[in-house]
Write a protein that binds this ligand. Structure first.
Ligand SMILES: Cc1cc2nc3c(=O)[nH]c(=O)nc-3n(C[C@H](O)[C@H](O)[C@H](O)COP(=O)(O)O)c2cc1C
Length: 313
């Protein structure tokens, strides 16, 4: 199994974290992952403070096991979302999108465990210096918003492992037990999985989105909006429009206008597969079904055991 440091830090049985995901990871998904022995995260990025409060309360009714909140720090309501989470007794925070420097003070004062998501070893060191308890190293393959550095998980994890002493959680391109073992072989204490959990029964995304993930093949995602806010998307009409705009040198303001404010919601939550923003990782090419979280967790653990047996016959 491995991952003792991260299991002890987070109070979990298996070194598997479900990444916070806008429009996918509400209370139902997070609680199911925690119930299955991993760490579930409620993705606060798409929520207003009152919805987050409701979701945290719901998760507390669904599981007695630890779960956390993912807080993208650059979002408009980040401060209020943090306060609501603290009021509702959340003590594990996975922060992302921004510097953890400002947020870490109040969180540590409240006795929280703080893990920040990074896409480069330089930021990993800054997180350690700022007082983070662990980092998530998220490679170029990952679904959703991404770093500009284009460092793949296979390279980023060993770079971060040698740059910091705090536990390292690998993310990006992990959907099978063999991939978890591969991340451990690189020195990761645990893994954070996003895309694979987006296509589960308990994910709050629309069935159309889940089926689009299942149908996706190799090469069907691409990182776009590097000059604006880099994000890995599934190719569809909206994606093609964004690429056309970028190719003709559209300004950040033009790109922002085309994006509008509700594209991710219409794509992932409401199921508009052509004109919505569909955030998903390269690993969607390996996802062929929509299992329950319990089935998926059992499968991942079985595959880990089988992989280790194959490596050590
Ligand atoms: C649909 C979707 C939405 C995401 N939303 C967020 C988010 O709100 N905050 C965040 O820190 N990461 C977000 N991510 C990234 C995940 O938390 C995770 O780090 C990433 O998916 C790992 O790579 P993988 O997709 O290859 O498993 C999102 C990913 C996906 C697929």
């Amino acid at each position: 199994m491995g991952g003792r440091r991260i299991r002890e830090l987070l109070g979990i049985e298996h070194p598997i974290v479900q990444g916070g995901m806008v429009y996918n990871s509400g209370a139902r998904l997070a609680a199911a992952v925690s119930e299955a022995g991993g760490l579930g995260l409620i993705g606060a990025g798409s929520m207003r403070p009152e919805l987050l409060r409701e979701q945290i309360r719901k998760a507390h009714t669904l599981t007695d096991k630890p779960f956390g909140v993912n807080l993208p720090l650059l979002y408009k309501h980040a401060r209020e979302l943090m306060e609501v989470s603290l009021e509702e007794n959340v003590r594990i925070f996975f922060t992302s999108a921004g510097s953890p420097k400002k947020a870490i003070g109040p969180l540590k004062k409240a006795g929280c465990t703080v893990v920040h998501v990074v896409a480069s070893p330089a930021l990993a060191v800054k997180c350690q210096d700022a007082g983070c308890d662990a980092i998530v190293c998220e490679g170029f393959e990952a679904g959703g918003h991404n770093g500009r550095e284009e460092i793949t998980t296979l390279v980023l994890v060993p770079e971060c492992v040698s740059a910091v002493e705090i536990p390292v959680i690998a993310a990006g391109g992990i959907a099978t037990g063999a991939q978890i073992v591969a991340a451990q072989a690189l020195g990761a204490d645990g893994v954070q999985i996003g895309s694979r959990f987006a296509a589960t029964v308990e994910s709050s995304s629309h069935e159309n989105f889940k089926q689009a993930v299942v149908a996706a093949g190799p090469g069907d995602t691409h990182l776009v909006l590097k000059s604006h806010v880099p994000v890995r998307l599934l190719k569809n009409r909206f994606f093609a429009e964004i690429v056309a705009l970028e190719n003709r040198g559209a300004s950040s303001a033009e790109l922002a206008e085309h994006l509008g404010s509700g594209r991710a919601r219409s794509g992932m939550l409401e199921g508009d597969i052509e004109d919505g923003e569909l955030e998903i990782g390269q690993v969607s090419g390996l996802i062929d079904d929509v299992p329950t979280v319990a089935e998926l967790m059992q499968r991942l653990l079985r595959e880990m055991t089988e992989t280790l047996e194959r490596l050590n016959p």
